[in-house]
Design a protein around this ligand. Structure first.
Ligand SMILES: Nc1ncnc2c1ncn2[C@@H]1O[C@H](COP(=O)(O)OP(=O)(O)OP(=O)(O)O)[C@@H](O)[C@H]1O
Ligand SMILES: [Mg+2]
Length: 252
């Protein structure tokens, strides 16, 4: 059974069918790419999977559970986390506090214990602190824990956003153009980080990306979207050779 199964998802905005009959099966532990020209509907697929938009039609099944109608908070609690095409960090918070925001969703102490600063509160806070530092060290960012996130270089802001998404302990990680705006060195490092996350956490990753070097370097399978519809899917090498795909990219 696939970890993520989306069947026939569609959504229209006014007269525009932004996503039309999108289906995908992503296996557990797989690194899967979603590509296509600008405006093809890739981010809209993520917005459907994460509950930002509700599909007009179709089903979303995660780990055997139908999560189609859940809102973003409950989709996240069921195991879907994402990063955004335009970085969305809490820029006024430190690096470690950004990670803690993600962790707080998954550690629970009663509000009363929090208000009264009871022992259970301190225990949970200590555990959150430790976990946050552990996650930062995975990204080689433990020395920047107390830096204001807006003061980080661009490539590290992108990594921090991934760390924060991982803090919610997802089953499926969605990355929307993680290499956008990165220089070649940052992109190469990012590729290693993504592969490392997959190996260390056994994470299943679906990523949108325009950087074909990254896509062909790390994705096992691809789906290509064009004008909201699926143009091709399959093994990365085969898909990138597909004449229809080449044509869509060259815009002939
Ligand atoms: N909330 C919305 N309201 C109206 N139209 C929308 C909305 N969201 C997306 N669209 C339209 O849906 C289409 C697909 O947009 P989407 O952002 O999914 O493309 P994309 O494949 O992610 O493109 P890019 O590579 O540029 O990020 C576009 O024509 C876009 O203008
Ligand atoms: Mg997009």
């Amino acid at each position: 059974m696939a970890l993520l199964e989306a069947k026939n998802l569609s959504i229209s905005f006014g007269g525009l069918r932004a996503v039309d009959g999108f289906s995908i099966e992503v296996e557990k532990g797989e690194l899967y790419g979603l590509i296509g020209p600008n405006g093809a509907g890739k981010t809209t697929v993520f917005n459907l999977l994460t509950g930002v938009y509700q599909a007009d039609e179709g089903r979303i099944i995660l780990d055997g559970k139908d999560i189609t109608r859940l809102d973003p908070v409950h989709k996240n609690q069921n195991g879907i986390a994402r990063t955004f095409q335009n970085i969305r960090l809490y820029s006024h918070l430190s690096v470690i506090d950004n990670v803690k925001v993600g962790l707080h969703n998954h550690f629970h102490y009663s509000t009363l214990a929090g208000l009264l600063r009871l022992p259970s509160y301190y225990k949970v806070e200590k555990e959150i602190e430790e976990r946050a530092r552990e996650l930062l060290s995975v990204f080689n960012m433990e020395n920047e824990a107390d830096v204001m996130s807006s003061n980080l270089p661009y490539g590290k802001q992108r990594k921090l956003e991934i760390a924060r998404a991982l803090a919610t302990d997802p089953k499926l990680l969605l990355l929307d153009e993680p290499a956008a705006g990165m220089n070649p060195n940052e992109t190469a490092e990012l590729m290693e980080t993504i592969q490392f996350i997959r190996e260390k956490f056994g994470m299943t990753i679906l990523l949108i990306e325009h950087d074909m070097k990254l896509v062909s370097g790390i994705c096992e399978r691809l789906t290509v979207l064009n004008f909201g519809r699926m143009l091709a899917m399959g093994e990365t090498k085969e898909v990138l050779k597909n004449p229809e795909v080449v044509k869509a990219y060259l815009g002939e």
